[in-house]
Design a protein. Structure first.
Length: 403
């Protein structure tokens, strides 16, 4: 006997109802006519368990990748793990909070929150901590720091969800939202942080396209965007150096191509089944940023090809559930918010993995829920909490269970 998806019929009659897909107006490109939804259903358990699995994998990987360096620098091999664990606990609290926080309220909070993000980004220009040529962090007590661009990413998604949930993209409110996103993007570009800038730009165009922006406008904008990115990279020495090192890492194996070559060594050493948990050689002062940007390389070395497939499979599962939630959500704002949140996480994971295996130049983008980074962990778990809250408005069908 199989469990039916028809349990939606048993929802309480006094539940809040949303508009049907036919009420959304012209231009919607996915999930049209999804039917009437109700609030108060259970959240998507598959997404919850997938997130938990990724966090556990991340904590284990951060410890194995950072233990030797932490012991050398602080005398305690657990230092980095403990910081990440604190961030995971705070992020777990944020996840639980947003599961119970009605996502509709985010529509009203999008502009005030984004204004705060603009202020924080401006602060990085005056009191920000500089690392690798960029001012991206603001210091906190007890040695902690946070990255405002992670919060700006959520603000931009909420702004675009609000703009694209209107019947017209060209009203004053929507134009103002797009202006705010542009301001945040330009401030991040000035840090400089080209990778996050490109992610924000990609999210903006993707959400506009899904909302019904004519294809001619999207395609017509691409040449200008490509030229702008090329001009920025070509005239920023360290960014152009990354491109040269990516195209031919062996030409400058001790400098521009060093990171990528060490990543190749780590991945190649892992084989099919890996060298064993904690037995990575490349993490011992050969592979740079081994617990942040290149943590996937350490996973490949210690867990092997099959372990890497499991991690990529978890991200694919997270993406599937997130986009499914977006597809079934009866609220247009919730639909676009879920799409943007899911795309942001999946896109960042794809970029990080592509960098480690040589499909893209080094960007500085970390692997969500796995790489060391307190702000990223907290913000990503908060984003998952928002997705879980959206999933409650229209319970998404779970895989059938046989008895």
């Amino acid at each position: 006997m199989s469990r039916s998806y028809a349990h939606a019929a048993s929802r309480p009659v006094n539940a809040t109802r949303y508009r049907t897909g036919s009420d959304f107006g012209p231009g919607e490109r996915f999930g049209d006519g999804v039917g009437t939804g109700v609030r108060g259903g259970s959240f998507d358990q598959t997404l919850m368990y997938t997130t938990l699995a990724l966090v556990v994998v991340g904590l284990v990987s951060v410890f194995t990748a950072s233990a030797a360096q932490a012991d050398l620098e602080t005398g305690n091999s657990l230092t980095t793990l403990l910081k990440q664990l604190i961030s995971a606990v705070i992020g777990g609290g944020a996840l639980v909070f947003f599961i119970g926080f009605p996502f509709e309220r985010l529509k009203r909070l999008a502009r005030p929150f984004s204004a705060i993000c603009v202020g924080l980004l401006l602060m990085t220009m005056f009191v920000g901590t500089t690392a690798n040529g960029s001012e991206r962090w603001i210091m906190l007590p007890f040695g902690f720091q946070f990255q405002p661009s992670d919060f700006a990413k959520v603000g931009a998604i909420a702004l675009m969800a609000q703009a694209t949930s209107e019947r017209s993209l060209w009203n004053m409110g929507s134009v103002f939202n797009i202006f705010l996103v542009t301001v945040m993007t330009m401030l991040i570009l000035q840090q400089p942080n080209l990778s996050v800038t490109m992610i924000l730009a990609g999210l903006t165009f993707a959400m506009l396209f899904v909302a019904g922006l004519p294809r001619a406008i999207v395609l017509g904008s691409l040449p200008f965007i490509v030229f702008g990115v090329y001009h920025k990279i070509r005239h920023t020495e360290y960014q152009w150096k990354r491109i040269v090192g990516w195209l031919d890492p062996w030409k400058d194996a001790q400098d521009a191509g060093y990171n990528l070559i060490q990543s190749y060594y780590a991945i190649g050493s892992g084989g099919l089944f890996g060298v064993g948990l904690g037995n990575s050689i490349q993490k011992l002062y050969y592979l740079p940023f081994q617990h942040t940007d290149f943590i996937f390389s350490v996973i490949c070395e210690e867990w092997g090809f099959f372990g890497a497939l499991i991690v990529m499979g978890l991200f694919a599962l997270l993406g599937w559930r997130g986009f499914t939630i977006a597809w079934h959500c009866p609220s247009r704002f919730g639909k676009m918010l879920a799409f943007g949140l899911t795309l942001a996480i999946v896109l960042q994971a794809m970029i990080n993995i592509s960098v480690t295996i040589g499909l893209m130049p080094v960007t500085g983008v970390t692997l969500p829920l796995i790489s060391y980074g307190g702000t990223s962990m907290i913000v990503t778990l908060a984003m998952i909490g928002m997705l879980l809250n959206i999933s409650r408005t229209h319970p998404v069908p779970q895989p059938q269970e046989e008895y």
